[in-house]
Design a protein around this ligand. Sequence first.
Ligand code: PXL
Length: 275
Amino acid sequence: MKRVLTIQDISCLGKCSLTIALPVISALGSETVILPTAVLSTHTMFRNFTCKDLSDQIEPIAEHWKSEGVSFDAIYTGYLGTIGQIDQIKELFRSFRDEKTVIIVDPVMADNGKLYPAFDMDYVRKNAELCAEADIIVPNITEASLMTGMEYREEYDEAYIKELLAALNELGAGVSVLTGVSLEKGKTGVMGYDRATGDYYVYQNRRIDASYHGTGDLFSSTCVGEIMGGKDWRDAMRIAADYTAHTIEVTQQNPKKPWYGVDFEATIPELLQMK
Ligand code: PXL
């Protein structure tokens, strides 16, 4: 069985980061080891959330794993807390990376043209450094424009996305995938660029007019689980895009849906059938 390490916060209530990554990657058949970077009462879209930083636990936990001879088939990072933590994680990559380890970085820090409340441009630059270490990165357009210094646009064409992918490629990752890319009216999806082959990959499916928290984490976690299941990165992105869109639709139909996240628990059985 493949073993994945995922490093992100625990938002105790909120359906995002580790509370999505752990069930989704496990359901897709990989052992999922977690390294929580912080414990929050909820994600940061609630008011008055509590937050306990766990930076001082990262090194002792990693050292213990080293002493146990643990290795990972993938290391997947999502929402992190501080610049110092990103340095610790770069060190952890160096310590645990071997020839089989796939490193997937989702530089979670912004959406819809805006940084999340906790972050600033120094944090953005540090995330760009983390992306340089990755085999696969999956930023959204906002995160990509911040990290590359390119203008953020809500209206764009394929030429702009290709330019953004070329700028992302300069950061140094093996495969750069932009999420939330709409190339046609009524559609949305992903576009990726593979440094090794110079190939682009575009996948568009229906666009649903609703935005829910945690859907980026659902997309990335699904990609990680599918890649560990043996899928090529392009197939993994396609399945993850379909699964995320389907889950948003199912959530919309639930009159009792919580406002803070999607009903991915209801759609996991269908994810396991997707090919
Ligand atoms: O879904 C991304 C995410 C993860 N973790 C925390 C967040 C967010 C987005 O706002 O606040 C704590």
